[in-house]
Write a protein that binds this ligand. Structure first.
Ligand SMILES: Nc1ncnc2c1ncn2[C@@H]1O[C@H](COP(=O)(O)OP(=O)(O)OP(=O)(O)O)[C@@H](O)[C@H]1O
Ligand SMILES: [Mg+2]
Length: 311
């Protein structure tokens, strides 16, 4: 377990910003922390980053307590805040060198590390530019580069793509995918759901400081809707395919879209038994060209989960 929250809570005078969050992430997880403005995302992330003290509960990062082992925790995680200042008269490489020094990385190793993170964030051409002269998207990438200098296992990213144009958002997302493929665990907040959908394997929805739901994206969708929808395409004979599927246990409504030989199959059974449907179709001599689970619609989950609480 790389991250474990246990009843994490934060009270500001009369505001309960975060209440009783419990959650576990394994190494390599990409967790989308979703909630509307004021829900408690930044407060939670700042506690994990050891910049705010919890008023109750705690969290462990790779087994280290955020309340008592701040030094170890800070070495294991990279925090990208929602707002960050830039410094005047500082060049891009100096900015990174400063943070590398703060992490006590030896002087001799820093140039190579700086080159590596600049290459990763596609800022190689800007190493001698002044930070204040970078565009917003470049500053955001530089901030991400800064969180990587000490090679942390866990990245805490508070709305890393906010305020960026569509192209810059896509660039950030590509960069995050690259970090994912490097095996980093990523905890990323956003109030834009669609942005996280093709990218996270787990999500949590926070509302009024409370975790409304958390877990595997597809499982959450199934919990809410009660079924999985499987989209199947056949070369021909869609109607015969329907007749093959309909009597199988756990298969609910089967809808045929004749013009493109597609079937939309409601399934209420266990996910690991879905392959049986495919076997039956093939066994009946049908040519299946495509067999897939319908993509989870995060907007939909979000609206369902927060309905009532928001109003
Ligand atoms: N330092 C503070 N003192 C008092 N209240 C605070 C403080 N910081 C945050 N809050 C309150 O805690 C709640 C959660 O705020 P937080 O910034 O964590 O939300 P958020 O989910 O990050 O929102 P956003 O999407 O707008 O960034 C809000 O009601 C906010 O007003
Ligand atoms: Mg915030």
């Amino acid at each position: 377990m790389i991250l474990e929250m246990q009843g994490l809570s934060k009270q500001f005078r009369n505001v309960t910003a975060v209440w009783n969050l419990s959650l576990q992430l394994e190494e390599g997880d990409i967790f989308g922390f979703i909630g509307p403005n004021g829900a408690g995302k930044t407060t939670t992330i700042k506690m994990l980053a050891t910049l705010l003290k919890p008023t109750a509960g705690t969290a462990y990062i790779d087994g280290h307590d955020i309340r008592t082992q701040q030094e170890e925790v800070r070495g294991l995680m990279g925090y990208m805040p929602d707002f960050f200042g830039v410094y005047d008269d500082v060049k891009v490489w100096e900015y990174l060198d400063f943070f590398a020094a703060a992490y006590r990385i030896e002087r001799s190793r820093r140039p190579q590390i700086i080159e590596d993170v600049l290459a990763l964030t596609d800022l190689g051409g800007k190493r001698d530019a002044y930070v204040e002269e970078l565009s917003r998207g470049m500053k955001q990438r530089l901030c991400l580069a800064k969180t990587l200098v000490h090679d942390p296992k866990l990245l805490l990213l508070d709305e890393p793509a906010s305020g960026l144009d569509p192209r810059a958002r896509i660039e950030i997302r590509e960069l995050l995918k690259e970090l994912r493929s490097m095996g980093k665990t990523i905890f990323i907040s956003s109030h834009i759901l669609a942005e996280l959908s093709d990218f996270c394997n787990k999500i949590g929805i926070i509302e009024n400081g409370q975790l409304v739901v958390s877990g595997d994206v597809q499982e959450i969708l199934q919990q809410i809707s009660g079924h999985i929808t499987i989209v199947i395409k056949v070369v021909a004979d869609a109607e015969r395919a329907r007749q093959v599927l309909a009597p199988i246990p756990h298969v609910g409504n089967v809808r045929v879209v004749e013009q493109d030989n597609t079937l939309l199959v409601e399934y209420v059974g266990e996910r690991d038994q879905i392959s049986e449907l495919l076997q039956r179709l093939v066994g009946a001599g049908l040519s299946v060209t495509s067999f897939s689970e319908e993509e989870a619609d995060l907007e939909d989950i979000f609206m369902k989960m927060t309905r009532g609480i928001v109003s």
